[in-house]
Design a protein around this ligand. Structure first.
Ligand code: DC
Length: 662
């Protein structure tokens, strides 16, 4: 299957509903390794089905470990036949993709066991440091060689002679995964005495180490934690299968939904978004993210096996800003960088130095992409400051995702802003959450659009204005954009077939709407836009494909809470294909000609009904036959022939349809 290039996300109005989280990546890969190395068979429930866990499963199978079943199949039950510390495969070439949670612990386990192993990954994996772990293992006599750049994978692991008489030392300030890797591997040594690991530097991401200790405990191995500086594995600790183990939902993945549930309250229409699979007793550190959201003003309710995010706390319109220590929640902190756009004061995230060595340089990437949206951002070695955005600051943006699942997921939250958002390479979420965007779409409510398309003089403009007034929605008269571009072209003497220059005019169109009036450069041009000459020029430029494309962003940018009524020719088919209701308004050419004729007469303009009918037929033919966005009803549009209906009756019919859909 080809990987989609991008995904367009509409602006969002609210969020609500329920969702079951996929299994935790951190737990899944830890327990897979522990189960493989332990004595006995372990039945794992709720294992994550993603790129990173597939990498670990493939590696274990490559090492000769028997694994029955697959995550995501048969209720996700996987049975791992532990090798009791003796891997069947003593030679293997292991491709570990970009999975840090696979490469680090496997390096330690395989180096402590000894053999003939090659560990490699994607190019980015070969840029992610592993020197601190290799140094620690070499210092006790393990045989590891770099096969590329010193300090980075790929690695070759040989057969060393690990000594057990001195404490192991490992740095803890770049990645806590080095310490985790050693702790997971040490029970393999079956040492007769206590084994000690000493941490050099301040240990970061401590909750992940706590998770490692808790899971070791489930496998029968107790490690004493002396103030995060010394860890002591008691003599004779051996890994034994707990029999059956359920993997919690992923707390980092939960962060996007908890944030969505809170941001859904921005427009005063928050529902309850229930996230199943984690709760206050979760082993994962990222559950702390929910407490941070609570401190920032989000309403969070804690349940048994779930957490509810229910909009904002009473009296709060936006989130609070401030200083947030993210040392313990490095992954969920990325979500905070995006929710900070919706705060009432700047937010400073600190303790995020580890972002530099993740799937991509996340400090650089987050800063670049937030700026693309129009945000003000500053960053340093281990911090980032994000200023809140006001409505006018937002820019429609296409977000580059750097093959980093978390960038794709956290930026989906920007669609709570008044913005037309594009996420590039959305499939990169497969690293930890292949179904992310479907799950997201299932719990968010886009700003609703009611599209009214139809031929000239069908009464769409009048109907759109009336519907907009009744629903309290914004109204987009898309024809006014074509007319305004045409007016600019006529004023500046731009030829009506000079597409590149017309595109430039459209991209820089100084248009604003104010209380029903159309302003160009701040001046009311509503009357001029209705001129016959301007209408004809608009009709002449409307078929130009690049011009239509240039006007897309401007049209979509009108989609604002609480909703939009859009009238034109291609509102339902091209501009808002996800519109909640699409009406295709029509009447016979004779009926429309008669209306237009009466309208002209009432305006004191002389008119001949036959000429009007002829012009109207010609316009219909031109609109219907052009190659781009030809005027035609969207397949899911409801046709409405209003020949025998007055405006009120037409309005009632449309409002009735709308109510049926909401
Ligand atoms: O609806 P109107 O008469 O104001 O439209 C002016 C011209 O712009 C008309 O010739 C059709 C074109 N148009 C279009 O092609 N697509 C739209 N969505 C709206 C108008």
């Amino acid at each position: 299957m080809t990987r989609p290039e991008h995904l367009d996300l509409p602006p969002l109005l609210g969020a609500g509903g329920e969702l079951r989280l996929p299994g935790s990546k951190s737990i899944s890969n830890r327990v897979l390794l522990l189960a493989a190395l332990a004595e006995g068979v372990t039945e794992l429930h709720g294992l994550l089905d993603s790129d990173d866990t597939r990498v670990m499963l493939d590696a274990l199978r490559g090492l000769g470990v028997r694994v029955d079943g697959a995550p995501g199949v048969d209720a996700g039950v996987v049975r791992v036949h532990g090798c009791a510390g003796r891997l069947p495969g003593t030679r293997a070439d292991l491709f570990l993709g970009n999975a840090g949670t696979a490469v680090r612990p496997l390096t330690a386990a395989l180096a402590l066991l000894g053999g003939d192993y090659l560990l490699r990954g994607v190019p980015r994996m070969h840029e992610r440091p592993i020197g601190d772990l290799v140094d620690a293992l070499r210092a006790i006599g393990c045989a590891i060689e770099y096969r590329g750049q010193p300090g980075y994978p790929p690695l070759h692991i040989g057969r060393g002679a690990p000594r057990l008489d001195a404490p192991l030392r490992v740095r803890g300030d770049v990645s806590s995964q080095f310490l985790t890797a050693l702790l997971l591997g040490l029970p393999l040594l079956g040492a007769p005495g206590d084994l000690e690991v000493q941490v050099e530097g301040t240990l970061i991401s401590r909750p992940y180490v706590a998770l490692t200790l808790a899971l070791l405990q489930r496998f029968g191995v107790h490690v004493d934690n002396h103030d995060w500086q010394r860890f002591v594995l008691r003599a004779g600790g051996r890994l034994r299968s707990p029999g059956r183990l359920r993997v919690e939902g992923d707390a980092s993945s939960a962060s996007y939904f908890l944030a969505a549930g809170v941001l859904g309250g921005l427009h005063g229409r928050g529902g309850v978004l229930r996230v199943h699979g984690i709760d206050a007793h979760s082993l994962q550190g990222d559950v702390e993210f929910a407490r941070v959201l609570e401190r920032l003003g989000g309403r969070i309710d804690w349940g048994d096996g779930f957490i509810d995010a229910c909009g904002m706390q009473a009296g709060r319109a936006r989130l609070a800003g401030g200083d947030i220590d993210c040392l313990a929640i490095p992954d969920a902190a990325m979500t905070l960088a995006v929710t900070a756009l919706f705060a009432d004061a700047p937010t400073r995230l600190h303790g995020i130095a580890s972002w530099r060595v993740k799937e991509t340089d996340r400090i650089h990437a987050m800063q670049t992409e937030l700026r693309r949206l129009g945000a003000r951002v500053e960053a340093g070695d281990d911090w980032m400051r994000v200023w809140p955005m006001r409505d006018g600051d937002w820019r429609n943006a296409s977000i580059h995702t750097y093959d980093d699942h978390r960038i794709a997921m956290c930026f989906s939250l920007a669609s709570f802003g008044p913005v037309d958002l594009r996420i590039e390479d959305p499939a990169c979420v497969g690293k930890t959450f292949p179904g992310y965007f479907q799950a997201f779409a299932g719990v968010v409510r886009p700003v609703p659009v009611l599209a009214i398309d139809g031929p000239t003089a069908s009464g769409k403009g009048t109907l759109a204005a009336r519907v907009g007034a009744r629903l309290g929605f914004h109204v987009l008269d898309s024809g006014s954009l074509y007319r305004a571009t045409a007016l600019q072209a006529l004023r500046q003497g731009v030829a009506l077939d000079d597409e590149p220059t017309l595109v430039e005019l459209a991209c820089a169109l100084p248009i604003r709407w104010d209380d029903g009036a159309v302003l160009l450069d701040g001046l009311d041009v509503s009357a001029q836009l209705r001129d016959e000459a301007v209408g004809n020029a608009a009709s002449a430029i409307a078929p130009l494909p690049r011009l239509r494309n240039a006007l897309l962003g401007l049209q979509r940018a009108q989609r604002r809470a609480p909703g939009l009524v859009a009238d034109g020719r291609d509102m339902g088919s091209v501009v808002f294909p996800d519109a909640r209701l699409k009406v295709y308004l029509t009447a016979s050419p004779e009926t429309r000609a008669e209306r237009r004729h009466k309208q002209l007469i009432s305006q004191g303009i002389s008119s001949n009904i036959n000429d009007v009918l002829r012009d109207l037929r010609a316009r219909d033919a031109r609109d219907a036959s052009r190659s781009v966005a030809a005027m035609a009803a969207a397949p899911d549009a409801l046709p409405l022939d209003n020949a025998g209906l007055d405006v009120d009756a037409t309005l009632d019919r449309v409002l009735q349809w709308w109510r049926e859909r909401t």
